[in-house]
Design a protein around this ligand. Structure first.
Ligand code: AMP
Ligand code: GLY
Length: 427
């Protein structure tokens, strides 16, 4: 098979490396890909948002399957455009991707179908938001822009001033553009967070192994929210008992709810969960693999990913057994100095071999380019260094020793990925 992967970050690199393991795959293309991906796939210079060019390229090159990985093209109808042109695609249709691209939609869905989530109200008028927040007078309060905002449209306001500043930024200054026309104001929940990605064909749902993201930029969960600075899998808070509650109260009801709304979801459905004292609740849905969750979940997948993708597209997932390794996995993201705010690009990376790899771990490239035999930084998140091992501690040791062998000016990474978990375990 010839497969085209749409996207060009660490998640896409992890998807491509997994696809490469399949004996069914003859050739992989990436649009646009990146420096590291170019060692595993042929990169084509087409934007991940360019539906017309992706369709034309797929037709001209006899592509058998397109894997649409990022949120924006899914929300914009890339899967619909490909299917209309007779090309098989993995990823939800636009009307189902709304579960991620509109928080107002997803919150209303959960309310209508009794899926546990934080209490909330939706507003389109900044004055009404503040009078609501004043009437509750309970802090912290969570304020979210409705639309996609690169994981940065969520503000946890500790007091009235912060709430007012957030409302102004989102609704009046339009920091996230039209994403901020509506806001969701939510009750603040507490408890450990768990990411569960699941394959679903709209009929049955098969959860993957669990993971834990680290969203803040700095150690001890300080600094701004980022796209994700590191992950571990499995997530120790996700016990069998919690998994069973999630299946009954969240996963299956969500698939059914989307069907009832005539928005059948086919693809990878991502549940961002918080295990609160009142049980697991949904913080957010994503319509795709997480990044860097994919970098710890996919390395543990033993079943041929192409078989799974086809079972999802053809709606026969319930007949397929999906196998996972019992090993633990860890991923440490190396980011550009300054990320998630402004940062420089084009800085030479040292410590990588000619394939962009290093000994003892797998290097997933998130934002790199390859020129004249060298790798350079080309994004906020630059590399995700992943390793698997029998225990989490060993996986972390392997990932961190590989991180220490790689460097670029201004490189920043968290030194405490998975540490809270591994310390709790040994206490
Ligand atoms: P989201 O983009 O919706 O996943 O939100 C980003 C992060 O903000 C989450 O991973 C949580 O850490 C935090 N967050 C979002 N909603 C809430 C909430 N209702 N209560 C507490 N923390 C939240
Ligand atoms: N790592 C969080 C996300 O992909 O949304």
């Amino acid at each position: 098979m010839k497969i085209l992967v749409v996207g060009g970050g660490g998640r896409e690199h992890a998807i491509i490396r997994k696809l490469k393991e399949s004996p069914r795959v003859e050739k992989i293309y990436a649009a646009p890909g990146n420096g590291g991906i170019s060692k595993d796939a042929e990169c084509v210079d087409i934007s991940a948002m360019d539906k017309e060019k992706i369709v034309t390229f797929s037709k001209e090159n006899g592509i058998d399957l397109v894997f649409v990985a990022p949120d924006d093209p899914l929300a914009d109808g890339m899967t619909d455009a490909l299917e209309d042109a007779g090309i098989r695609a993995f990823g939800p249709h636009a009307n189902a991707a709304t579960i991620e691209s509109s928080k107002v939609f997803s919150k209303n869905l959960m309310k209508k179908y009794n899926i546990p989530t934080a209490d909330y109200e939706v507003f389109d008028d900044p004055k009404k938001v503040m009078s609501y927040i004043d009437s509750k007078n309970k802090y912290p309060v969570v304020i979210k822009a409705d639309g996609l905002a690169l994981g940065k449209g969520v503000i946890i306001a500790e007091n009235r001033d912060e709430a007012q500043a957030a409302v102004k930024e989102i609704m009046q200054d339009k920091k996230f553009g039209d994403s901020g026309n509506n806001v969701v104001v939510e009750e603040f929940l507490t408890g450990p967070e768990v990411s569960v990605l699941a394959f679903t064909d709209g009929i049955s749902l098969k959860p993957m192994v669990s993971s834990m993201d680290h969203k803040r930029a700095y150690d001890n969960d300080e600094g701004l929210n980022t796209g994700g600075m590191g992950t571990i899998s499995p997530n120790p808070y996700y016990t069998d008992e919690i998994a069973e509650i999630c299946r009954k109260t969240i996963f299956e009801p969500t698939v059914a709810a989307m069907n009832s709304e005539n928005r059948k979801f086919k693809g990878c459905l991502y549940f961002g969960l918080m295990i609160t004292p009142d049980g697991p609740k949904v913080i957010e849905y994503n319509a795709r693999f997480g990044d860097p969750e994919a970098q710890v979940v996919l390395p543990r997948l033993k079943t041929d990913l192409v078989d799974i993708i086809e079972a999802v597209i053809d709606e026969r997932l319930s007949h397929l057994d999906i196998e996972w390794s019992n090993e633990a996995a860890a991923c440490v993201v190396m980011a550009s100095g300054g990320y998630p705010l402004s940062y420089k690009k084009g800085i030479e990376i040292s410590g990588l071999d000619e394939n962009g790899q290093t000994d003892g771990a797998t290097v997933y490239h998130a934002g790199t380019k390859f020129e004249n035999g060298k790798f350079y930084t080309n994004g906020g998140r630059v590399l995700g260094i992943s390793a698997t091992a029998k225990t989490l501690d060993e996986a972390l040791d392997k990932a961190y020793s590989a991180v220490k062998s790689i460097s670029f000016d201004g490189a920043h990474y968290r030194t405490d990925i998975g540490r809270a978990v591994s310390e709790e375990k040994t206490d």
